[in-house]
Design a protein around this ligand. Structure first.
Ligand SMILES: [Zn+2]
Length: 368
């Protein structure tokens, strides 16, 4: 048994410097194109161009002209006409062995191939600076969006200190909503978009229930500015996890919120005070499927429903980011142990109708 263990470690070490990913494991991972419920496909995708091969996005009544592109992991592009906002995208999909025992770096060719047009973006929002959210941001910013500002926590700013100029980095501090009396909106595009950071938390990355063991990668924070961005995944330290309220407002009257999004990039049960003081409900909740089962899928869904009252649900951060980035459903797998089908089952079991949720694959465009 021990010799097998050493053989496995040796294989990991030997394959670590290469781009070779360990193959997906069918008994703990589901392939995107095979995800089903009662014989019906679950994903919505843009890859084949045939809208009938998978699930169409349910019809959105009273749509507001918001186009949303799911980029994979925590990356979303929200766009309305010439106004847009981006959440930290991740295309590099470093293999598990490079993350675990070797070094990591942004895959610039993959970023160049898949990043959307970012001309209309003024702000990039980072929920937390773990490598699977922040590794690609310096290159995305420098090559494709140097006109934008990057918003996030102090740990993020310290990690990016050598890569993004201070004038383009904004540490969210006083703006963070930590209770029902705090929080401030940051304005973008002359007020047509506004966003408010919300104090949040990060579900464990690994949990073994019977042994009551929980593990969170790269906890704590980076407290001093770094001379260069880290090369080890463990040094992309968490800091305070933020969720966001993102509002698209009316051109005729910027006091009027026309579409409200709740965004989180790590599993967290939203608080009762996460809605801003105006009490306006959320039009779209972007929820994190990966690791939701570690904090309890049912309670997670119920808490989102009770505290945010979303009209629509978008299920994100569910696909395996240790496999090479792809927008082909035949090459996309769920994060190990995530169980995306069970998440949808639980959602429906809690009364969320089929016209309320969508499970997109990376690259898919949705309209709200
Ligand atoms: Zn994380």
């Amino acid at each position: 048994m021990m010799s097998f263990f050493y053989l496995l470690i040796a294989l990991l070490l030997l394959s670590a410097p290469t781009c070779i990913a360990l193959p997906p494991l069918p008994w703990i991972q589901e392939r995107a194109d095979k995800l089903e419920r009662n014989g019906k496909k679950l994903i919505t995708e843009d890859f084949t161009g045939d809208p009938d091969s998978f699930r169409r996005q349910p019809v959105v009544s009273n749509s507001q002209g918001i186009d949303i592109t799911y980029l994979g992991s925590g990356g979303f592009l929200f766009q309305r006409d010439t106004t847009a906002i981006l959440t930290a995208p991740y295309f590099s999909n470093e293999s598990l062995q490079r993350v675990g025992v070797w070094s990591i770096e942004a895959d610039t060719a993959t970023i160049d191939q898949y990043r959307p047009d970012l001309k209309a973006v003024q702000a990039i929002l980072v929920g937390h600076p773990h490598y699977d959210h922040l590794l690609d941001v310096p290159y995305v910013w420098k090559k494709h969006a140097p006109h934008t500002r990057v918003f996030g926590n102090q740990s993020m700013a310290n990690i990016l200190d050598s890569a993004v100029p201070k004038t383009n980095l904004h540490v969210l501090d006083n703006e963070v909503r930590v209770d029902k009396n705090s929080g401030a909106f940051v304005s973008s595009h002359g007020g047509l978009i506004q966003f408010m950071p919300l104090h949040s938390s990060h579900a464990p990355n690994i949990r073994i229930p019977l042994m009551d063991i929980e593990y969170l990668i790269a906890p704590r924070s980076v407290d001093e500015p770094l001379d260069e961005v880290p090369q080890q995944a463990r040094d992309w330290r968490l800091g305070e996890t933020l969720a966001y309220i993102i509002d698209f407002r009316a051109a005729s009257d910027t006091a009027k919120v026309e579409f409200r999004i709740y965004y989180q990039d790590a599993g967290h049960m939203p608080e009762s005070w996460h809605l801003p003081a105006d009490g306006r409900r959320v039009d779209l909740a972007i929820v994190t499927v990966a690791s939701a089962n570690f904090i309890g899928q049912g309670e997670y869904i119920q808490t989102i429903r009770d505290s945010l009252r979303p009209r629509h649900w978008l299920l994100g951060h569910w696909e395996d980011f240790f496999q090479p980035y792809s927008q082909n459903p035949e090459e996309i797998y769920s994060v190990p142990f995530t169980n995306t089908e069970s998440f949808v089952d639980t959602l429906i079991g809690r009364g969320i109708g089929g016209d309320e949720w969508v499970l997109p694959t990376p690259g898919t465009k949705l309209a709200y």
